[in-house]
Write a protein that binds this ligand. Structure first.
Ligand SMILES: [Zn+2]
Ligand SMILES: [Zn+2]
Length: 363
């Protein structure tokens, strides 16, 4: 089969790779679409050290079931089903897994990150049955590729204990910031404002139904944030960038006792204003990935907000267009938030779209 291989940093090639050979407890999937994540871009450039030359990346994906292994539990999925994939592989036996914190499993591997796993920028993939999540009927199939980043945002807001009384400030309006803003709305936050310097990203967030501010032009950002929140200070700040500057902004905007969730991974280490935490009794909470239940719940919820999800997808390419898309995004020449790669081409995907009454992928 064909796949997008990271031949070297800054170099992706479309190569022939061995076909996946699913085990009896696995599901074989024909990939419809896979989103390019910020972490894939940093892997492409070699910046984050979390991807290795030779590997096939891709962890935000949706596809159709081609074959179901003999040991897959009945009712998991059937041939032709549209499914998304939780890319976090967990053992299911350890203390963390038994407590429903699969993302903290010490034996965790991640599809698209672990170099040995052939991942979703490929025509087909084999994944354990427990990672396969059927899309609700009627959901546009390509929206399934957004479930993974949306689950990252949802977990961040769960970590921040977001509820109906909350006023939420999200720092950074890229894909994770967008997912956090949508998660705040999903969890009933009273008001949500996104702080984002790039005009195109501010516009996109505004189309999601949240307030936006430009941190580069506001003389008094905390005041502008409060104005956007109907005069309230944020009770919850989500840092979807994760830099020294955004953490400083979080503390400048969050009042005494507020919670700051750190989900952005912009910098591996930052200097922290310790007194801003101690004397103001703020809670700083880390967030990474999502539990298996949060991923499944997010797939179900995603079907209820198709208009918002349509806004998030800003570009599409087939496998041969993948190297150019990665290059343009990594060099900052393409301002798109989310580009989807269609490994089997867009024509094939449309022929088996959600509205197609014939689920046979061979037709
Ligand atoms: Zn991602
Ligand atoms: Zn485990």
């Amino acid at each position: 089969m064909r796949a997008l291989v990271l031949s070297d940093f800054w170099k992706l090639t479309v190569d022939e790779v061995p076909d996946p050979e699913p085990r009896p407890d696995e599901v074989l999937i024909e990939v419809v679409a896979t989103g390019i994540c910020g972490s894939d871009l940093h892997g492409f450039t070699g910046e984050n050290g979390r991807r290795r030359p030779g590997q096939v990346m891709g962890h935000e994906t949706v596809g159709r079931v081609l074959a179901v292994g003999a040991q897959v539990p009945a009712g998991t999925c059937a041939v032709g089903d549209a499914v998304t994939v939780n890319p976090v592989l967990w053992c299911g036996r350890c203390r963390q897994c038994r407590a429903g914190r699969e993302q903290a499993c010490p034996d965790k591997q991640v599809i698209g990150v672990t170099p040995e796993l052939v991942s979703a920028f490929a025509e087909r993939m084999a994944v354990p049955a427990q990672n396969v999540v059927r899309l609700p009927d009627g959901m546009p199939v390509e929206h399934g590729a957004l479930v993974e980043p949306l689950a990252v945002g949802y977990h961040a807001l769960v970590r921040g204990d977001c509820g109906s009384g909350d006023t939420v400030l999200v720092l950074g309006g890229g894909p994770i910031g967008q997912a956090c803003a949508l998660a705040a709305l999903r969890m009933g936050a009273e008001r949500v404002v996104v702080s984002e310097p790039a005009p195109a990203r501010r516009d996109l967030n505004a189309r999601l139904g949240v307030a936006v501010v430009d941190p580069t032009t506001e003389q008094d950002l905390p005041a502008a944030v409060a104005t956007a929140l109907d005069g309230e200070s944020p009770t919850l700040v989500v840092d979807a960038v994760g830099s020294a500057a955004t953490l400083a902004t979080a503390f400048a905007c969050a009042p005494l006792g507020a919670t700051v969730v750190l989900v952005g991974m912009g910098a591996p280490a930052v200097e922290l204003a310790a007194y801003e935490i101690s004397t103001k009794e703020r809670s700083v909470v880390g967030s990474f990935c999502y539990s298996a239940a949060e991923f499944r719940d997010t797939a179900a919820w995603a079907a209820t907000v198709p208009e918002s999800l349509a806004v998030l997808i800003e570009g599409r390419a087939d496998l041969d267009g993948g190297p150019a898309s990665f290059g343009a995004l990594a060099r900052g020449e393409d301002p798109s938030s989310k580009i989807l790669i269609y490994p089997n081409g867009r024509a094939a995907a449309e022929a088996s779209s959600g509205r197609d009454p014939d689920p046979d992928p061979a037709t």
